[in-house]
Ligand binder design. Structure first.
Ligand code: 2BA
Length: 110
C-alpha cells in the first residue's frame, strides 16, 4: 500500500475530492498553509493499494489547473524581530500539485 500526500491549490481541492470519491478512492482533506507564501492550500491524504496507485495519480493530475505564473506577496520578517512580517511582491508558479508518495508499513482500522 502507498500513502499519497498531495498538496494542491484550494481552488482545485473540492473538484479533486469529488473526482477521487467518484472513482472509489478514500481521501482525507486537510486545510494547510504553505511555509513560503503563508497562504492557505489543501493537503489530500490517500491510502491506496499498489494496483490502484497509478489510477489515483491520474485522477489527481487530470483534476489540476495548469500551473501559471502569479504575483503573490511573500512575507519577509522585519529585521530584528521574528514577529512582524512585511509582504513583498514575488512572481511564483501557482497551480499543479506537490506530491509525496510513501510506502505504508501497516494500515490498521480499530
Ligand atoms: P508555499 O511554501 O507557500 O510555496 C508556494 C510557492 O512559492 C511554491 O510552489 C513555489 O513556486 C514558490 N516558492 C516556495 N519556496 C520558495 C522560495 N524559497 N523561493 C522562491 N519561491 C518559492 P510549489 O513548489 O508548487 O509548492 C506549493 C506548496 O507545496 C508550498 O507552498 C508548500 O505548502 C508545499 N511544498 C512544496 N514543496 C514542499 C516540500 N519539499 N516539503 C513540504 N511542502 C512542500
Amino acid at each position: 500500500m502507498k500513502l499519497i500526500i498531495a498538496i494542491v491549490q484550494d481552488e482545485d481541492a473540492a473538484r479533486l475530492v469529488s473526482n477521487l470519491m467518484n472513482e472509489g478512492y478514500s481521501v482525507t482533506k486537510l486545510a494547510t498553509t504553505g511555509g513560503f507564501l503563508r497562504a492557505g492550500n489543501t493537503t489530500l491524504l490517500l491510502g491506496v493499494d499498489e494496483e490502484k496507485f497509478q489510477g489515483a495519480m491520474d485522477v489527481i493530475e487530470k483534476g489540476l489547473q495548469e500551473p501559471q505564473a502569479d504575483c503573490n506577496f511573500a512575507p519577509s520578517p522585519v529585521a530584528g524581530t521574528t514577529k512582524a512580517f512585511v509582504p513583498y511582491p514575488i512572481e511564483v508558479m501557482v497551480g499543479g500539485a506537490t506530491v509525496f508518495v510513501l510506502n505504508v508499513e501497516q494500515f490498521i482500522k480499530l
